[in-house]
Ligand binder design. Structure first.
Ligand code: PHE
Length: 338
């Protein structure tokens, strides 16, 4: 009988308890009602009288040993999971995953900053806009195709409402609510009823700029665009091509001279060396009038660009749909390493 006690003792000593599960298995195996040590206590009756003393002493020692081992294991496992001075300070910390700034927001902030530095403030407006702010005040003729169902998402309940097709609507609001000088940029989300493909989306973002004051000229417009090209693209040369927008006259498309030094330059500029970045022009007198500003006293310029296109260029993103798919593998690439 003593042999059985000795055997169990060496088994108990040899068991390592490194997890709570192991500690529980140990308790069940040795100390519970049906455990091996408890069973030996039951066998105590059958032990011959002259052996009882030695057997009892050995058994008690074994029981204490097993109980202590179990208790100590639980205590140290508890402690190592607790935080504080008693905890195991060498355990690795809980990882805290930082998010990334969405590339659209990063580009927007960068552009906003560039214009803030030269005195532009930021204005915002509603995404559901009325016909007046999105079209009429901006000198869109009644039959202009942009008003067509093809291009605009109308709100079914009220045909006077639509999802704004550009952030020029915000500029009308800015002109209605303040007298010049007005120097503002309006970043925001815009909507057009277009098929989604790698290069076009029905939801995208724009930033528009507006400056109205006495004696604002086309030369001022060109100056501010050159400043922008230098600050944002690091490029000193721009060109303006005649264009048409209902709300500006004259109107132009602005290209930045990118260069043609390598294969990527060829791809980006379609072999021309020029990158088209925005539309611009002098605010049409009709627009000023519609917004309550006297075109005999004031003149102004406006410009507008699409953020997605600029972000695709900056980061060499081949497909516009990546911006809205919320794929972590894409978004994680824009971590700033903070
Ligand atoms: N609103 C124009 C567009 O959506 C861009 C633009 C803004 C052009 C301001 C000229 C002046 O394409």
């Amino acid at each position: 009988m003593l042999d059985r006690v000795e055997n169990l003792k060496s088994q108990v000593e040899a068991t390592a308890l490194t997890t709570k599960e192991e500690a529980e298995t140990f308790r069940l195996q040795y100390l519970s009602k049906k455990g091996a040590i408890t069973e030996l206590f039951k066998a105590f009756r059958d032990v011959p009288a002259q052996e009882k003393k030695a057997f009892g002493a050995a058994l008690n020692t074994l029981k204490t040993l097993a109980e202590d081992k179990h208790k100590e294991a639980l205590e140290s496992l508890d402690n190592s999971q607790a935080v504080g001075v008693n905890g195991d300070l060498t355990r690795p910390g809980t990882p805290y995953e930082l998010g990334a700034i969405h590339p659209i927001n990063a580009i927007r902030d960068e552009i906003v900053d560039i214009f803030k530095r030269i005195g532009f403030n930021i204005s915002t407006g509603p995404e559901i806009e009325d016909d007046w702010h999105n079209f009429s005040a901006l000198n869109f003729p009644e039959e202009h195709p942009a008003r067509d169902m093809q291009d605009t998402f109308f709100v079914q309940r009220n045909p006077d409402w639509a999802l704004r097709t550009h952030t020029s609507s915000v500029q009308v609001r800015a002109m209605e609510s303040a007298q010049p000088p007005i120097r503002t940029i309006s970043p925001g989300r815009v909507f057009r009823n277009e098929a989604i493909s790698a290069r076009s989306h029905c939801i995208f973002h724009q930033i528009e700029g507006l400056y109205i004051d006495k004696g604002v000229s086309f030369a001022d417009l060109k100056q501010v665009l050159m400043y922008f090209a230098q600050e944002f693209f690091g490029k000193a040369k721009i060109r303006m091509r005649p264009s048409y927008f209902p709300f500006t006259e004259p109107s132009a498309e602005v290209d930045v001279y990118w260069g043609l030094e390598n294969e990527i330059d060829y791809k980006i500029t379609k072999g021309t060396g020029w990158l088209e970045v925005m539309g611009c022009g002098m605010v049409d007198p009709n627009v000023l009038k519609a917004s309550g500003i006297d075109p005999e006293v004031y003149t102004g310029y406006a410009f507008g660009m699409g953020i997605e296109r600029i972000a695709m260029n900056r980061y060499q993103i081949p497909d516009i749909r990546l911006f809205t798919e919320n794929d972590k593998r894409f978004l994680e690439q824009f971590k700033t390493g903070l």
